[in-house]
Write a protein that binds this ligand. Structure first.
Ligand SMILES: Nc1nc2c(ncn2[C@@H]2O[C@H](COP(=O)(O)OP(=O)(O)OP(=O)(O)O)[C@@H](O)[C@H]2O)c(=O)[nH]1
Ligand SMILES: [Mg+2]
Length: 481
């Protein structure tokens, strides 16, 4: 999420701030609005850093004994010496906080104006405007989270379905880190023994037999690859899929979109040519975070320029989708024009390498006889009554690469982690080859391969991640997180 949740444009934060998150710089106190822009019942301003409490007490009229640890205090917040709002403040002393340092959370009324002024007051009192993800970055730098857990915070905020949420939560709770550390620990154990053999070549009996080393390298590689394979599912859960709904006018495409969404999103009308523009809407398809795209009905004779432009957009939707649902009206006998349109769509999808499901709609009506030229149907549904929709959703998942059987356990959801695991597996394979190809002198090469494999694993949890990688990761976050 790169949205800036800063103050409104009329009240820009003071102070010059660089665009790149300062990796390692955590000596100052940062402030940001943690809630989304717009009007809400409540809004939150967070401050983190060594002088968070001191900064807050400059614009909060707390009175009495001031802010005491972990106690909610109701007080007045001022801006420029004038009353701004009555707020609730909680002070969390460091280092046992989510950022690993002193933390202040101020809950105000959820007005963009109040929150903008509150942030401006914090900046005028000595805080610096936080960069995207800087609170989580501090949690990482202070050892409260490892890198894969910090990345999971971003996935958790973005999760749109129960399954995406579970995968992100599992990673935040350390599931992936534990798996990766377990792998690192067995490879480190092997490396120590290989290095000991190198250091004591005079020993008659080698500390590690080449056969045993090969077995351990292969076992490690297989564990790494098993973990890497979960990315097929994990990527779908983290990134989602685009599903285009296409077909002839009046087939019931918009009705199907509405039925899958469970709301009347698109206009449905008995006359053909209702939908002109493409219409996109997020949808939970059996736990897969999908975007459904309704399109203009396919015709060789567009009624006007708007319909022709709509058809161009339908083609663009096909180019950009991961799967298409070709909807046909099962209550009406299909004519040559229907069959030609279906064939063209299926050929176009095949040339784009996109999977397709042919859906026979209006199954609540008496069904028309199927002609041999009509496309074979994969599912029969009624967008009007909901008949067959559950089965349709169940058929969509596997075509998108979903394997629900693999849902349990740790799932790799980040391309960065997947790439590191593949690189680790290839280092282990190279180390294994050195054992078979150079039986008398394999230790040196195997040790270097093992070290490289361990570096790849370390880049997942952050022990071995370069500063540029860290900056890129935290820049994906929203401000205030
Ligand atoms: N009986 C029945 N009617 C349906 C069903 N699905 C759609 N219809 C009707 O078919 C007509 C066309 O539906 P739409 O969803 O607008 O069809 P469309 O494919 O989006 O049409 P265009 O936007 O014009 O291309 C409407 O009168 C719908 O009420 C269904 O499952 N059963
Ligand atoms: Mg329509």
């Amino acid at each position: 999420m790169t949205t800036s949740f800063g103050p409104p444009a009329a009240d820009p934060p003071a102070g010059g701030v660089s665009d790149t998150p300062p990796v390692g710089g955590k000596s100052d106190t940062i402030a940001a609005i943690a809630t989304p822009p717009g009007v809400g019942a409540l809004g939150i301003l967070r401050l983190s850093g060594p002088s968070a409490r001191e900064v807050a007490s400059r614009f909060l009229k707390v009175g009495g004994e001031g802010l005491s640890p972990k106690r909610a205090v109701v007080c007045r917040a001022d801006f420029d010496g004038s009353p701004l709002d009555r707020v609730v403040v909680v002070y969390h002393p460091g280092p046992a906080t989510s950022t690993g340092e002193e933390l202040i959370e101020i809950t105000a009324h959820g007005s963009a104006f109040i929150l903008g002024r509150l942030l401006a007051a914090a900046l005028a009192s000595g805080a610096r405007a936080a960069l995207p993800g800087e609170f989580t970055q501090r949690a990482f730098l202070n050892g409260r989270l490892d890198l894969s857990q910090a990345e999971a915070v971003c996935d958790l905020i973005r999760a749109r379905t129960g399954r995406s949420h579970r995968a992100a939560l599992e990673q935040l709770e350390g599931g992936l880190s534990r798996e990766v550390r377990g792998l690192s620990s067995s490879l480190t154990d092997l490396l120590v023994r290989v290095e000991a053999s190198l250091d004591h070549p005079e020993e008659d009996i080698p500390i590690v037999e080449p056969g045993a080393a090969l077995c351990e390298l292969e076992a490690g590689r297989s564990r790494v690859l098993t973990l890497a394979r979960t990315f097929k599912n994990g990527r779908l859960l983290a990134e989602g899929a685009r599903v285009a709904i296409v077909g002839r006018p009046n087939a019931g495409k918009s009705s199907l979109l509405n039925a899958l969404l469970g709301m009347e999103r698109a206009i449905v009308c008995a006359s053909p040519g209702t939908t002109r523009d493409t219409l996109e809407e997020p949808c939970d398809l059996g736990g897969i975070p999908a975007v459904l795209i309704d399109t203009a009905g396919l015709t060789d004779h567009p009624a006007d320029e708007a319909e022709s432009l709509g058809l161009e957009r339908t083609d663009r939707a096909l180019e950009r989708c991961d799967l298409a649902l070709l909807v046909v009206d099962g209550s009406r006998p299909s004519g040559p024009e229907d069959e030609a349109a279906s064939r063209r769509i299926l050929e176009r999808l095949a040339s784009l390498g996109r999977p397709a499901l042919t859906v026979r709609n209006k199954a609540d009506l008496p069904s028309a006889a199927e002609t041999p030229e009509a496309p074979a149907c994969d599912a029969a549904v009624s967008a009007r009554t909901g008949l067959g929709l559950r089965d349709l959703v169940a058929r969509i998942g596997p075509l998108l690469g979903d394997s629900p059987g693999e849902q349990d356990g740790v799932t790799v959801t980040s391309g960065r982690h997947h790439a590191a695991l593949l690189a680790c597996a290839s280092e282990l394979a190279a180390a294994g080859r050195s054992v078979t190809e150079r039986p008398g002198a394999w230790e040196e090469l195997a040790a270097s391969g093992l070290r490289a494999a361990l570096r790849e694993l370390g880049s997942i949890t952050g022990e071995d991640a370069p500063a540029s990688v860290l900056s890129a990761i935290f820049a994906r976050f929203c401000v205030g997180k």
